[in-house]
Design a protein around this ligand. Structure first.
Ligand code: GDP
Ligand code: IMO
Ligand code: MG
Length: 420
């Protein structure tokens, strides 16, 4: 069976920490979409590690980690990350596997990402500029180079063909970027990648499932950044929702069991696009400061606001979320008052569904207010010790989204999590 852990908001919900926490219960952790736009933070031996490409189960010696076909893979980032992981004594040649169908990010994808964003002016998506959009375009355009192709004699000629095509696109954008250093790093990293386990991912995972092994699919980004159901066009280029697990790993929907959604106790977004509950005031600043809300991949300040229950319920519906983990509850420890959004007010009407083209609407969030719990919760281990006011907050969320919050994370550390 396959359980899924994915983000219910605009990314950075704390998926890395939660995957790392649950990983000991699983045999395989598999990434099914996204690429190095992801930044998943975990603490290993009290040291902070940010993973972009490698699944967050890598630090558990017995766990096998798979980069699935739905991922776009930058060999340079992967190599860098393998070096970091090796310093912790992890042998990636033993417990990291890559699907031969995984699409490769080449240096010109990164350059094209820059070119495309620089053309957009006010309509900038705020991309991480890691080449994600252009790489997925080459996948659907049927031009991509895949991990399995790196082992083929025709790789270099295919690479040159692709680079030429990209160069023409960049000429159209009147954009020029010297990629010679990137290319040098790329080819070095490709050699390294070829030395890793490149496997038939779909048989690999299904054979393990048949043997009764437990798989966890690790999502990147968040449901509101999904290419179909997110706040388009301010989204990423993959299906971040649970349906992406089937196409991104080659497993049947019948094999999916628990869908564990991760949400912060409030909301953040990095990059452009609609964010109805965004706070532009001192409270937003306070959330950013207390939550250390700066991007794990780009270092950009994250936009902060109150929890948006309209969007959260939508995300639970689209994903078939069976349980919710609420992270960063401790960040709210010092607030006198908390708010959650229960409806969007548009032209004097309350709507409780996520509308099409949110970016073209003027949305005023309708807020429900709560007294803060004003207690340091970071050392709490048992549900009974959580403040009653926090429990009220959680109960309200449970009933609104019709999905139970089963864990509360109360700090970035591995052991800072409470089963509710
Ligand atoms: P991801 O992309 O979903 O894995 O999340 P990120 O790693 O980008 O961002 C989450 C940030 O919050 C990281 O810095 C984590 O160390 C931190 N974090 C995770 N859970 C908690 C929590 O419960 N409390 C606090 N204070 N920080 C947390
Ligand atoms: P994790 O896995 C937060 C955002 C970017 C931008 C938009 C498109 O760490 O939660 P892209 O690089 O995909 O072209 O950017 O999506 N974005 C993320 N925001 N967390 C992420 O990943 C993100 N990955 C992409 O900021 O707005
Ligand atoms: Mg992140």
């Amino acid at each position: 069976m396959v359980d899924v852990i994915l983000g219910l908001q605009w990314g950075d919900e704390g998926k890395g920490k939660i995957v790392d926490y649950f990983a000991p219960n699983y045999d395989i952790i598999a990434r099914f979409q996204g690429g190095p736009n992801a930044g998943h933070t975990l603490y290993v031996d009290d040291k902070k590690v940010v993973l972009h490409q490698i699944p967050s189960g890598i630090f558990h010696q017995h766990t096998v980690n798979l980069i699935g076909n739905g991922v776009v893979l930058d060999p340079v980032t992967l190599k860098r990350e393998c070096d970091i992981v090796a310093a912790f004594g992890i042998d990636v040649k033993k417990n990291l596997f890559i699907s031969e169908r995984t699409n490769i990010i080449v240096p010109t994808h990164r350059a094209l990402d820059k070119a495309s964003e620089s053309q957009k002016g006010d309509g900038k998506i705020g991309s991480t500029l890691k080449g994600i959009g252009p790489a997925y375009m080459d996948k659907t355009g049927r031009n991509a180079i895949r991990a399995g192709d790196l082992l083929d004699k025709s790789f270099i000629s295919n690479y040159i063909k692709l680079r030429l095509k990209h160069q023409k696109l960049m000429d159209n954008f009147h954009f020029n970027e010297d990629i010679s250093t990137w290319e040098e790093e790329f080819f070095e990293a490709v050699e390294f990648l070829k030395s890793l386990n490149i496997v038939n991912g779909e048989y690999f995972i299904n054979n393990q499932i048949s043997k009764g092994k437990k798989v966890m699919a690790e999502g990147a980004q968040g449901s509101m950044l999904d290419i179909d159901f997110g706040t388009f066009p301010f989204v990423t280029s993959s299906n971040t929702i649970s349906a992406g697990v089937c196409t991104g790993l080659g497993v049947s929907p019948k094999k999916i069991n628990e869908v564990i959604g991760v949400t912060k106790a409030y909301c953040t977004r990095v990059g452009s696009g609609p964010f109805p509950t965004e706070l532009h005031d001192a409270t937003g600043e306070e959330l950013r400061k207390l939550g250390s809300e700066f991007g794990a991949t780009t270092g950009r300040p994250r936009r902060c606001g109150w929890l948006d229950l309209v969007a959260l319920r939508f995300a639970c519906m689209i994903n078939g979320t069976t349980q919710v983990v609420m992270t960063k509850a401790d960040v709210l420890d010092n607030f006198d008052e908390l708010n959650v959004c229960t409806a969007y007010q548009v032209n004097g009407n309350d709507i409780d569904e996520v509308p099409y083209q949110m970016n073209k609407m003027n949305i005023d969030p309708k807020l429900q207010s709560f007294a803060g719990w004003k207690t340091n919760t970071t050392k709490i281990k048992e549900s009974e010790a959580l403040p009653g006011v926090m429990k009220n907050y959680i109960n309200f969320i449970n009933s609104y989204i019709e999905t139970p919050v089963t864990y509360v994370s109360n700090g970035p550390g591995r052991d800072q999590i409470v089963k509710v």
